[in-house]
Design a binder for this molecule. Structure first.
Ligand SMILES: Nc1ncnc2c1ncn2[C@@H]1O[C@H](COP(=O)(O)OP(=O)(O)OP(=O)(O)O)[C@@H](O)[C@H]1O
Length: 717
């Protein structure tokens, strides 16, 4: 058995916030109780940010309700005392009437206040939650891109989302706790007045249940936090299994369904185990707490009976104490229950607050200089390492791209091209060395101002669920409005896409949304290019900008690129080496280091990685149909000059040969090619050697370097 097969497969898992879990485990029950006032304060502070008047009204209603509660209880005592006093019954009832009237009016006004409190809380709660969500979103948008490469960032983000969600309960719980506490204070005062022994006894009786509730809340929160990573993983898998439209075909054709469902079920089982353990633990705590408190209550009632029986408390006071005891007990229970709820909510709220701090840790804290459109962007001995790995993605890279120039980045997979393009466009900051925009370090530049000067077409461009216009102007129209959008669309070939849309620029590009239209991969890439051309940028970064384009569209991009580059610095990342011939300079990367720099003709004429890659790209000796290879300009023949004119992309000048033999001289079967026009019609059929393309150009059909990788591969098959 090889060493490799002995290794255990890594489990699919996200990074749980262990440090947070440990911190929570360390919190004592008294510590937790001490936190409650600060949580109440936090809830009201959040509400205050949302609507001050409503909060003020809420507090006034609560204070009034508490005062009326205490007054009602005192009146109860007065009523009982009057009823138990000596004299005839009617005189006693008359004597009790004012107290009874007070009890009734206090209860009525309290009921009204209760409705007002409910309405105010219901009005404020969703707004608090939205405010909390907005804060999370804002912190996320303001975080450095590299935050997403940090282990645990997304977990923390999800916890923060959850924290924002529970904010909807926060005010209700805080206000319930507050009102229980206010009523308790009134009732406790009355109880102490009736006999000082009763209140401490009652508090002692309620304590076990309180402790158990808070501990139970902690147990449940911890389980929730621990399983959060799993839940996120399940949500991701769900997306891959059911929602990802792009995967749906492969899931079926690769018969992956069963395998992924088993993975999904396994995570669910793992999660259930943790949840069940937590439920069991919380239930045990609750039972122990309730039993202890129940026994405590027995002691309290026994004590009261003893006080009355031994004459230490009068009978009327004993009657009033029954009411007071019940009120205090129910308020205590309210405090325990709402306190535990609030404590749990508070833990989620901590996640929210911690995320804001963490995002603060990643928040873009750079300079404030507005760089303007750069004349030159220089990479100076740049080193970059992704946070999750010790490997160096870029190691001492240096070069300059000037306005009006096109610099191509070339290299094998993983050599650092995309990373470098992100550093150039200020999305990442180097660990060492510097990226200079007209001599100014990107660390010192205002990131927003910098990004306004950059247009990037990344490998994975966003397919925003917006209308076509917004997908091109990105919600940032220029004073020219649609004219500028259409000009950009024309430059990228997206004008043809727009022509086919039901409502032109106003068409919603999201099929899954009612009424939306769906574009093909290449059509989306044209839109992504139009986006970049529309931006008033000084630096244009194109990362495999034509990977999904058909030969005609790709030709259009490369013939127009020089014109677009006239007033911009352009960085082009591509594996299709024919296309890099347009560049003024080519930087060849290998394992994060610059291996070669030069023009196309310089590099093609010297031994080195570039020439090696070029030859490999053009070598189709292993492909049975040698006719495909025969149309490719060979490195040896390209040695003199393969750079096309500035106005155009390279075109094959060699007509495809007919027939053909493999490298070994064996005859090969012609490869059938089916050519469809844009309407899906079978325009013409033939073999690869027929030299006919969708556009009818023999040149384009014959030159595989003008095709997408996908097309080339299909033709080869
Ligand atoms: N988010 C990330 N976290 C950790 N490592 C990363 C991350 N993105 C890229 N890398 C690593 O950085 C190195 C350079 O990656 P990069 O994407 O820049 O290469 P590339 O030249 O653009 O590759 P390709 O030609 O495949 O697009 C690789 O080793 C890759 O594994």
């Amino acid at each position: 058995m090889t060493e490799q097969t002995q290794e255990v497969d890594e489990e699919l898992q996200w990074n749980a916030g262990h440090r947070l879990t440990e911190a929570i485990e360390a919190i004592s029950v008294t510590g937790m109780a001490r936190r409650l006032p600060s949580l109440v304060y936090r809830a009201f502070a959040l509400a205050w940010r949302v609507e001050r008047r409503a909060v003020a009204a809420l507090l006034v209603c609560q204070a009034l309700s508490a005062v009326l509660g205490a007054a009602g209880l005192l009146a109860t005592t007065g009523t009982i005392a009057a009823l138990f006093s000596p004299g005839n019954v009617s005189a006693r009832v008359v004597h009790a009437l004012p107290s009874i009237a007070l009890i009734a009016s206090a209860a009525g006004v309290r009921a009204l206040l209760g409705r007002a409190i409910w309405a105010l809380t219901a009005r404020l709660s969703p707004r608090i939650a939205r405010e909390a969500e907005m804060t999370v979103l804002k912190a996320t948008v303001e975080a450095e891109l590299t935050a997403y490469d940090h282990a645990g960032f997304k977990d923390d983000l999800e916890a923060a989302d959850r924290g924002a969600d529970v904010c909807v309960d926060l005010l209700g719980e805080a206000q319930n706790l507050l009102s229980s506490a206010a009523s308790l204070i009134g009732a406790a005062g009355v109880l102490t007045y009736l006999h000082p022994l009763l209140l401490p006894l009652l508090l002692a009786a309620a304590l076990p249940e309180g402790i158990a509730s808070v501990r139970g809340a902690r147990v449940q929160y911890l389980a929730n936090r621990v399983t959060m990573s799993e839940r996120r993983l399940m949500a991701n898998l769900r997306w891959y299994i059911a929602h990802a439209k792009g995967n749906a075909d492969q899931l079926r054709s690769d018969t992956m369904g069963g395998f992924l469902l088993r993975k999904y079920a396994a995570i669910g089982t793992r999660m259930e185990k943790v949840t069940n353990e937590a439920i069991w633990k919380a239930t045990k705590l609750a039972v122990v707490g309730a039993t202890a408190s129940g026994l405590g209550s027995l002691v309290v009632w026994a004590a009261m009976l003893w006080l009355v029986a031994t004459g230490r408390m009068s009978l009327p006071n004993g009657g009033a104490a029954v009411f007071a005891l019940r009120t205090v007990a129910s308020n205590l229970q309210g405090i325990v229950g709402y306190g535990a709820d609030l404590f749990r909510t508070g833990m989620y709220l901590d996640d929210w607050a911690n995320f804001l701090d963490l995002a603060g840790g990643h928040r873009t804290q750079r300079g404030t200089i507005d760089p303007g459109r750069p004349k030159a962007v220089t990479v100076e001995s740049v080193v970059y390492r992704y946070p999750s790995t010790d490997r160096t993605a870029l190691d001492g890279v240096s070069f300059t791209v000037n306005r009006g120039e096109i610099v191509a980045l070339v290299g094998e997979n993983g050599s650092g091209k995309t990373t470098l393009s992100r550093l150039l466009s200020g999305l990442y900051l180097p660990a060492d060395g510097a990226v200079l925009w007209d001599g100014q370090d990107t660390r010192d530049l205002d990131p927003e101002a910098l990004w306004k000067r950059v247009a990037v077409v990344p490998q994975d461009y966003a397919r925003w669920p917006l209308v076509a216009r917004e997908n091109i102007d990105l919600g940032q129209p220029t004073p020219e409005g649609d004219a500028a959008v259409l000009r950009a669309a024309k430059a990228s070939g997206a004008d043809e896409v727009l022509d086919g849309l039901r409502s032109g620029l106003g068409t919603l590009l999201a099929q899954e949304w009612f009424g939306g239209e769906e574009l093909s991969g290449g059509q989306w890439q044209r839109i992504a290019l139009a986006r970049a051309f529309h931006r008033p940028a000084g630096l244009l970064v194109l990362d495999e900008p034509t990977a999904a384009l058909d030969p005609r569209a790709e030709h259009r991009i490369f013939t127009g690129l020089r014109e677009i580059a006239a007033d911009k610095a352009v960085v082009l990342v591509t594996h299709r080496l024919t296309n890099v011939a347009i560049a003024d300079r080519i930087v060849v990367l290998d394992h994060g280091q610059v291996k070669q720099t030069g023009t196309f003709s310089e590099l093609i004429n010297q031994e080195g990685l570039f020439r090696e890659l070029w030859e490999l790209q053009n070598d189709r000796a292993g492909i049975p149909d040698q006719r495909v290879g025969s149309a490719i300009p060979r490195a040896t023949s390209a040695g003199s000059e393969h750079r096309p004119s500035n106005s155009g992309g390279s075109r094959a000048t060699t007509a495809p040969t007919s027939g053909g033999a493999s490298a070994e001289g064996a005859p090969s079967d012609p490869v059938p090619v089916l050519v469809l026009d844009s309407g899906g019609r079978d325009e013409c059929s033939g073999s690869a050697d027929s030299g006919v393309s969708a556009g009818g150009s023999a040149h384009e059909a014959a030159d595989p370097t003008q095709r997408t990788d996908h097309q080339t591969e299909r033709t080869a098959r």
